[in-house]
Design a protein around this ligand. Structure first.
Ligand SMILES: *Cc1c(COP(=O)(O)O)cnc(C)c1O
Length: 352
C-alpha cells in the first residue's frame, strides 16, 4: 500500500489567489495600491538586522499595543499570521469533528477551506437578492450543534455591509453558547455610520468576536498579520492552536510601525473610498448592476458572463477577480488605474 494522505482532502478546493499578470494592472486581490510609508519601510529595514533570532513567540508588544488600541484586556486578543490563519485556528479552537459552522455564501473562500480541514460541518446560507447576508436565514440555520457563525462585514466579494439595526436583531436571536465572528477585514473602508464597529458588540456581548487584519487598509498583505478580539476563553484557545513563531519578527515590527502611522494610513483609505463611490456611479451609468460597497472593491453580479467579462478586461491589461457563474470583484486603486478598468468595462458593454 502506498502512503495515503487524508482521503477527504481530495475534495478540498484550493485557495485561489487573485491573478498577477506581468504588464497588466492587478485589481484582483483587494490590496491597497501604495507601498509602505517611509516610516514603516525604515522600521522593517532596521528589523532585518535581527532575523537570526526567533520572533517573540507571544507577540507580546504588538498584542499589548492592540489591547490599548481597542481598550480591552490583552487576554481577549490573539495575533495571527494573517486573519486567514486565524480563521483556521478559530475552527480548530471551536469545533470538534461534525460540529457546525454557519456562514453566508458567497463569502470569503477561506471559510469552507478552514472548516473542512477542521472537519467541521459547513452550513452555507445563500446571500439575499441584494447580494447581502440573509441574517434571518442564518439565525434560522443555527442548531444545538452550531458552534460558530461567521459574518463577513463588509462581505468579500460582494462589498455589502449589514447595518446596526439588523445586526442587533440577529445577535439577539443567537444563543449565548454560539460564537458570532464578525470578519472586519475591510472595516477601515466603511463610510456609512449605520454600519456598526464590531468591537462595540465585542464589548457588549460575551459571544461576539471580530477578526481584523493589517493586510488591507494598513498595506501589509505581504507580511501576514491579523488579530482576533473576543471572549478571553476563545482567544486563549486560538493562541493554543497557533503555529509557534508564525507571526514573524518583521511582521510584528511593521504592524507596530503601522499603528504609529495610523492617521496617514487611514487618510489613504479615504481616497480609496471616494474612488469606490465614483467607480460604482460610473459603472451604474454604463448600465451595470453594482451593489452598494462599503469595502475597497466593487462587485458586478454578472452571472454566467463573469469569466467572459474578466477575459475582456484582461485584453485591456486589467486583471479582475472572476467567480465563475456568479460575478466579478474589482479592487479600487488609483484614479488612473480605475479609469483604465472603467474604459474596459464600457467597451465590454459596447462590444458587438
Ligand atoms: C483579505 C481578507 C482577510 C485578510 O486576510 P489576511 O490573512 O489577514 O491577509 C480576511 N477576511 C476577509 C474577508 C478578507 O477578504
Amino acid at each position: 500500500m502506498p502512503v495515503q494522505p487524508r482521503a477527504d482532502l481530495v475534495s478540498l478546493p484550493d485557495y485561489v489567489a487573485g491573478r498577477t499578470v506581468p504588464g497588466a494592472i492587478k485589481l484582483s486581490s483587494n490590496e491597497v495600491p501604495d507601498g509602505p510609508l517611509p516610516s514603516v519601510a525604515t522600521a522593517i529595514a532596521e528589523a532585518t538586522t535581527n532575523v537570526n533570532r526567533y520572533p517573540d513567540a507571544s507577540v507580546g508588544k504588538l498584542a499589548a499595543r492592540l489591547a490599548a488600541k481597542v481598550d480591552l484586556p490583552v487576554e481577549r486578543i490573539a495575533v495571527g499570521c494573517g486573519s486567514v490563519s486565524l480563521c483556521h485556528q478559530l475552527m480548530h479552537a471551536m469545533c470538534e469533528p461534525g460540529e457546525e459552522v454557519v456562514y453566508a455564501w458567497r463569502s470569503f473562500e477561506t471559510y469552507p477551506i478552514a472548516s473542512q480541514i477542521a472537519l467541521a460541518t459547513q452550513v452555507k446560507v445563500p446571500l439575499d437578492a441584494e447580494h447581502a447576508h440573509d441574517l434571518d436565514a442564518m439565525a434560522d440555520a443555527v442548531t444545538p450543534n452550531t458552534r460558530v457563525v461567521l459574518v463577513c462585514n463588509p462581505n468579500n466579494p460582494t462589498g455589502t455591509a449589514k447595518r446596526r439595526a439588523e445586526l442587533d436583531r440577529f445577535l439577539d436571536r443567537i444563543p449565548s453558547s454560539v460564537l458570532v465572528v464578525l470578519d472586519e477585514a475591510y472595516r477601515e473602508f466603511v463610510s456609512d455610520p449605520e454600519v456598526p464597529d464590531g468591537l462595540d458588540y465585542v464589548r457588549a456581548r460575551d459571544n461576539v468576536a471580530v477578526l481584523r487584519t493589517f493586510s488591507k487598509a494598513y498595506g501589509l498583505a505581504g507580511l501576514r498579520v491579523g488579530y482576533f478580539v473576543g471572549p478571553a476563553e476563545v482567544a486563549a484557545a486560538i493562541r493554543k492552536v497557533y503555529v509557534p513563531f508564525s507571526v514573524n519578527s518583521l511582521a510584528q515590527i511593521a504592524a507596530m510601525a503601522s499603528l504609529d502611522a495610523e492617521d496617514e494610513l487611514l487618510a489613504r483609505c479615504e481616497t480609496i473610498v471616494a474612488e469606490r463611490d465614483r467607480v460604482r456611479a460610473e459603472l451604474i451609468e454604463a448600465g451595470y448592476d453594482v451593489p452598494d460597497s462599503q469595502a475597497n472593491f466593487v462587485w458586478l453580479p454578472l452571472g454566467d458572463a463573469a469569466l467572459d467579462f474578466a477575459e475582456h478586461t484582461l485584453t485591456k491589461k486589467v486583471v479582475v477577480r472572476a467567480f465563475a457563474g456568479d460575478g466579478v470583484r474589482v479592487t479600487i486603486s488609483h484614479p488612473e488605474e480605475n479609469d483604465l478598468f472603467l474604459h474596459a468595462a464600457r467597451s465590454y458593454r459596447n462590444r458587438s
